[in-house]
Ligand binder design. Sequence first.
Ligand SMILES: Cc1cc2nc3c(=O)[nH]c(=O)nc-3n(C[C@H](O)[C@H](O)[C@H](O)COP(=O)(O)O)c2cc1C
Length: 244
Amino acid sequence: MNAPLKDLPAANPEEFRKVVESRRSIRRFTNTAIPHDILDDCLDLAMLAPNSSNLQPWEFFVVTTPALRQKLARACLNQNAARTAPALIAIVVRTDTWAEHSRLAIQQWPEESLPGIVRTYYQRFAPLQYALGPLGLFGLAKKGIGLVAGLARPVPRGPYSASEMKIWATKSTALAAENLMLALRAHGYDSCPMEGFDECRVRKLLKLPRKGLVTMILAAGKRAENGVYHQQYRFERERFVHYL
Ligand SMILES: Cc1cc2nc3c(=O)[nH]c(=O)nc-3n(C[C@H](O)[C@H](O)[C@H](O)COP(=O)(O)O)c2cc1C
């Protein structure tokens, strides 16, 4: 939505607070299925998450069929959330789609004329930023250049390696995961993000792309009466919030 200022919806922190505060990690679900159109809407909202260079380095593998779900639940170490959820969503990070998505960003630019700076960004700067080259050598060269140039002025400090690319893609994908959990809650459904799973088995079961990395598996459905295990708590804010 590209709304002029006057068309922005009125801010409604109370509705937002309801969604955020009522989201909990749910460990037991009822067997009520999530309607397909609601799942679709939640996934669309997930993909509106902010993401690095708008390169959208994520994928979502939705499993609702009982046979595959059961196998996937086993790969999630038979956690209650995985065993009882009517939908399991593997949220996958892609470190290898940035080049194709750079092309798409140019092709699918939403306005009539593509600004030159946008074309230059995706054609010239994105490859400089994200390519690592054979054996990661281009990444290493970038790191060396960055170290020297960085003595005199601010420079980007990566991603310079395959593991830094995983962090790069995971940041954006985790934001999409949070959007997805909040969207489910806004629709009256619940979720539990899980990193307790056997990644090798999950990759095989879902036939994931070679360079796909499973960041989380989201159990989703309607919370059962005994779905919340304990009261929500966080440590004191002074530990985390620093006004400078
Ligand atoms: C990356 C990540 C991985 C998690 N993995 C699991 C998991 O494998 N199993 C589980 O029951 N909960 C898992 N959780 C849920 C956390 O335990 C939960 O978010 C935390 O205890 C706070 O509770 P709340 O979500 O109800 O506020 C995970 C959460 C995140 C963000």
